[in-house]
Design a protein around this ligand. Structure first.
Ligand code: NI
Length: 486
């Protein structure tokens, strides 16, 4: 390379730096200009219209289902701007409209003292994202914020997300227990912690990890998407509070990462928490009578929990198909050990653990899925054994004594004399024709009285509002619902 070329090159570099500097100054000027001119504010009907529309764009990650409908109302001092989807399901539309109306009303009340003469103003904005899912479910995340002016700029006062996962079958929204199964909270906690840390880093506030710990109960605010589950955390929960942004944290966890913890029947059956719930459980199967029980459940859109014995799963003809049908119908499979030894009076901790594991393996081999709960033979359990076994242990609150009476009328009478069955877990066995007849009589009778049949895990989640724990004994005294929240 010659000297002159080198010099030429240096001159060009210097010019380039000057040009870049000028461009940078211009960009900075434009950015400041936008901030000053448009800013985080509005001054009249048309600028509020734009302000609201900009918010709708921010709230809309995706709008895959439903037609948007906007309602924008400018006022001094209070303005509102709402965008919601119109879905095919009337019930869902009512739910969304009611939510927005409640929030709007609260906003009007809370900010009624603002003085328009003093140029005070506030606005309520709501927008949405909507998602198609691999299930019979359409999901909507409704983001709503309240802003109030501080001088000439608007500041964000609150930011919340309401999530809805509407079953297209029933229109009603399904919650965590309708989506997750098993001891999912520790797994979700771990995945969410990792994802939030990666996405938000320094923006996360002190102690944020406690807000997403396994027992935080923080995983109820989510939508299903095409690829996974999107969790939301309201302003002020995990991200540091800043009046300049909406402060809502979002994280996506794929269905693959949640494998084994998402139900197969998402959206197929909907549990109404305002209705009474009862759980029928059947021990000692599968047997030649199990399909008769399933026929009844299928006919009445009911479910129950089957505590199966590993040896029957291996030896009863067609057992694998029976168990798969249980899962298809939304029933729950628990293990009742491999071959029914008494844990406390006969075999002790170590053998109990091995026996349950063998029972678990038989079910997993037959269905591809591990049982979610366990019931000890004869109800023999203590905390030491439970800790070793490490699957939620389920006892019962109503004993049908079907194994001893083997009589339809007596089995029915033993269950009915328990009175209010809301929140109760009934013990039966899938071994006797008399039990099948009793169930055939009771299921339609109880449904007519307003009961819905649930699995035991659903009962714990929906009636007792507890995330099921793997080393807990849900004992004889647990399943007595006091009806406090009704
Ligand atoms: Ni038994």
């Amino acid at each position: 390379m010659s000297r002159s070329t080198k010099k030429h090159y240096r001159v060009n570099t210097a010019r380039l730096i000057i040009v870049l500097a000028i461009i940078a100054v211009v960009i900075a000027g434009v950015v400041v200009g936008i901030k000053l001119l448009g800013g985080r504010s509005y001054h009249n009907e048309s600028s509020f219209q734009k302000y609201a529309e900009k918010f709708f764009d921010t709230a809309a990650d995706k709008q895959s289902v439903g037609e948007s409908s906007n309602t924008i109302s400018y006022g001094e001092p209070l303005s509102t701007g709402v965008q919601i989807p119109k879905l095919d399901m009337d019930i869902s539309n009512d739910i969304l409209k009611d939510e927005v109306k409640d929030e709007k009303d609260n906003f009007s009340t809370d900010y009624s003292g603002l003085d328009p003469e003093a140029k005070d103003k506030a606005c309520f904005l709501a927008g949405y994202s909507s998602y198609e899912t691999p299930y019979k479910v359409q999901s909507v995340a409704l983001t709503s914020v309240i802003e109030q002016n501080s001088g000439s700029d608007m500041e964000v006062k609150s930011g919340v997300v309401h999530t809805y996962n509407f079953s297209t079958k029933a229109g009603a929204s399904i919650g965590a227990a309708g989506v997750f199964k098993g001891d999912y909270a520790p797994v979700v906690s771990k995945l969410v912690t990792k994802a939030l840390d990666k996405s938000y880093g320094d923006k996360l506030r002190d102690g944020w990890k406690n807000k997403v710990s396994a027992d935080s109960g923080a995983f109820g605010n989510f939508v299903l998407t095409k690829d996974g589950i999107r969790f939301y955390f309201d302003k002020g929960s995990v991200i540091k509070y800043d009046t300049k942004d909406y402060g809502i944290a979002v994280c996506d966890i794929s269905y693959d990462d949640l494998s084994g913890y998402v139900r197969d029947d998402v959206g197929k059956r909907v549990i109404d928490t305002s209705k009474k719930m009862v759980c029928f459980t059947f021990d000692d199967g599968p047997s030649i009578y199990t399909n008769d029980l399933l026929d009844i459940f299928e006919k009445y859109d009911a479910v129950g929990t089957f505590f199966e014995l590993g040896q029957n799963v291996e030896n009863v003809k067609g057992a694998s198909d029976i168990l798969k049908r249980e899962l298809e119908l939304g029933c729950e499979i628990g293990t009742h050990s491999y071959d029914h030894p008494y844990f406390l009076s006969t075999i002790g901790v170590k053998k109990a653990k091995a026996n349950v594991q063998k029972g678990v393996n038989a079910i997993e081999k037959a269905t591809g899925q591990k049982p979610t709960v366990f019931r000890p033979p004869g109800g023999e359990i203590n905390q030491k054994v439970e800790n070793a076994i490490d699957i939620p242990c389920i006892l019962w609150s109503v004993d049908s004594l079907d194994w001893s009476n083997r009589n339809t009328a007596q089995t029915v009478a033993n269950i009915e004399k328990a009175g209010n069955l809301d929140g109760k877990v009934v013990l039966m066995h899938s071994l006797y024709p008399s039990t099948v007849r009793a169930v055939r009589e009771l299921v339609p009778k109880l449904e007519a009285k307003g009961y819905q049949f649930v699995t035991v895990s659903e009962m714990i989640q929906y009636r007792y509002k507890e995330n099921i724990k793997s080393n807990k004994i849900y004992g004889y005294n647990y399943f007595y619902y006091s009806g406090d929240d009704k």
